[in-house]
Design a protein around this ligand. Sequence first.
Ligand code: AMP
Ligand code: MG
Length: 416
Amino acid sequence: MSTLLTVDDALRQILGPITVLPPESVPTPDALGRVLAEDIVSRYDIPPFLNSSMDGYAVRAADVAGATRDRPARLPVMMDIPAGRSPDRPLNVGEAARIMTGAPLPDGADAVIPVEDTDDRWTPDGAAPLPEAVRVYRSAQPGDFTRAPGEDIRAGQTVLRTGAVLRPQDIGVLVSLGQARVPVVRQPRVAILSTGDELVDIDDELGPGQIRNSNSYMLAGLVASYGGIAIRLGVARDTLDDVRQRFREALDHQPDLIVSSAGVSVGARDVVRIVIDELGRVDLWRVNLRPGKPLAYGQVDGVPFFGLPGNPVSVMVTFELFVRPALLRMAGRNPDAVAMTTALTGEAMRSDGRRSYLRVRLVRQGDDWIAYSTGTQSSGALMSMVLADGLLIVPEGTLDVPPGTRLQVWLLRDLA
Ligand code: AMP
Ligand code: MG
């Protein structure tokens, strides 16, 4: 069946049946970049106890009221509280205790005086003998230079939500809660196939009419960068038998998604569609899109299948537009999360009435980005993508874009 589709309609149809994969439990230290499958609720207060935020002296604020450099308060030092120890006795009225950052305050103490505001000669190695008494050069309010229990996280608080992509600080917080394992969404397994009699691998000699199979490696990179596991299956030759065998091999890897490149148009040797018709179901879509027509979508033995075009730029654009959202949804992430900005065109540009994604460089000018074409926009010219900061979106029905037109840009790299 052949339908003329808008990009948005195509995307709606693709995402319709896609659901999030089941969770699995992984060790927290291995969970960087993984997607949380459940909310994480703290069972503890963090910090768990009242502690000092400075190296200094624990006091009762009332005992240093009115103290200044000229009129210091002099307090006997009754004990030493290093980090990792608990005080062996309470602090009585009129006493001080030497205390290190992170160490628990003794009962009775309600503030800390930083060592800089005392007469103590601090030595950083911690080996200094405990002075008999300390002069305190400032007053304090109860709570000064201390950290209250639960000040960071309260018991019962939701610290991370389902769908969060775990960052280093998230791993840190999970560890501080004592959570050794974490439930995450299983990573989508994506089988990648290339088709074409002309394709050879990275290190093969190029014969007449041959090119290297760059799509396969580019697709593997795209899959990995959106949280999937790429399974590269090599090249199917343009015969029914070989394509059929490669798709069977793909199914043996129990993929969640199958992506192929090339062989889906109406060329004489475009056998992918014939094979998928046997093994599953496929629609050949004519999407109102440039580059990227045609696109096949369906399922092979129940596994969602994308038959992307062969030209490398079309592969990347259709992946970004259609495969990426499917992958993100399977991975438990928001399929709409795309970094967009707007830019003014820096030169005249042309389109053909389809929605076009032109590869552009962005140059900052005042508060605006100015977009310039990266050069030849042929869908076979991968350098246009290498040089691109983003894809300038020319809406449907537009032929001429004059300089100074404000358009949306889909960012391909962090512009910070
Ligand atoms: P096709 O869809 O088979 O007509 O291919 C369209 C264009 O993409 C042709 O110029 C192919 O040589 C090129 N092409 C197909 N597969 C790949 C690939 N895996 N890597 C790089 N270029 C490819
Ligand atoms: Mg081909």
